[in-house]
Design a protein around this ligand. Structure first.
Ligand code: BTN
Length: 297
């Protein structure tokens, strides 16, 4: 998924293209662009365009280019496969064609001060975790800041992730979710898919429609509150889903530094507050978190 290249991942390269026919794997039917447009492009709705492409490099790159060219808010771009997908912290993201949902959305939250844009990846995470839990029947948590996690046989595994970027004054939010990946196809053994987690629903169109509708509702509430994480209740919704709070963590910080302690809170800027063994509280804005001890029972 987002882990650095490994021999296992390289072995999967043959999957990384659209393939001869989208119907060769009947468990992985293509998305129906016309039906998605019909259901999502509604009067006064957030979504202004929905495109499904058979293959591209990265949906984030494509929407970033459109944002620079002045595209309006509400564009949704979904790829059936990406050949240069990107993850957080300069990692790659690759997955077999139609095995998941790979999409980006273009947002221009004009009612929100720029310093609150950092809440957008959290908003995408909350909307996604809540939709998947409700529709697929699999409890999905968020490892700070926004790795989508499921538990399989008592182990936390990564189901998906979010990459948000600024471009042309807009925010491009990219989301990757593993839907039907089988165990041998996983990029790393700690990855997961909805199918492996025992989801009741793995139909990508159903999940995508529900997700984009849920996101639009939360986004409306958040922008109406000028991005305030308290009055919009985004902070509370995030804390409820965050699997990192209350855990012993090791945070790999930029510049090869490390911070160890207990994750005790999320502050008003979305940073993770860590209490170190000397009792000091340090707020972390970026980094890779490892949960070092099991959840207290
Ligand atoms: C992460 O967990 O590191 C974030 C992964 C984000 C992957 C998605 S797939 C759609 C969009 N396009 C990209 O190139 N990346 C994001």
């Amino acid at each position: 998924m987002t882990a650095p290249d490994s021999p296992r991942r390289s072995g999967l390269r043959g999957f990384g293209h659209a393939g001869p026919s989208p119907w060769t794997d009947l468990d992985r039917p293509p998305l129906d662009e016309a039906a998605l447009r019909r259901d999502l492009l509604v009067p006064d709705g957030l979504w202004t365009s929905v495109d499904v492409v058979a293959e591209t490099g990265s949906t984030n790159n494509d929407l970033a280019a459109r944002a620079r060219a002045g595209a309006p808010q509400g564009a949704v771009l979904v790829a059936e496969v990406q050949n240069a997908g990107r993850g957080r912290l300069e990692r790659q993201w690759s997955a077999p064609a139609r095995s998941g949902l790979f999409l980006s959305v273009l947002l221009r939250p004009e009612e929100v001060p720029v310093e609150r844009y950092g809440w957008l990846p959290i908003l995408v995470g909350v909307a996604t975790a809540s939709t998947l839990s409700r529709v697929a029947g699999v409890e999905v948590g968020l490892k700070w800041p926004n790795d989508l996690q499921v538990e399989i046989d008592g182990a936390e595994r990564k189901l998906g992730g979010i990459l948000t970027e600024l471009s042309g004054g807009a925010v491009v939010a990219g989301l990757g979710i593993n839907v039907s990946l089988r165990e041998p196809e996983l990029p790393v053994p700690t990855a997961a898919s909805l199918a492996l987690a025992g989801a009741e629903v793995t139909d990508r169109s159903t999940l995508l429609r529900a997700l984009l509708r849920e996101f639009a509702g939360l986004y409306r509430t958040w922008t109406a509150a000028a991005g305030d994480p308290h009055t919009s209740e985004l902070l509370r919704a995030y804390a409820d889903r965050c699997t990192t709070l209350g855990r012993q963590v090791k945070v790999h910080l930029p510049g090869d530094r490390e911070l160890v302690g207990e994750a005790v809170a999320i502050d008003g800027d979305g940073r993770l507050v860590v209490r170190t063994p000397d009792g000091a509280r340090r707020a972390v804005g970026a980094g890779d978190v490892v949960h070092v001890r099991p959840e207290p029972r």
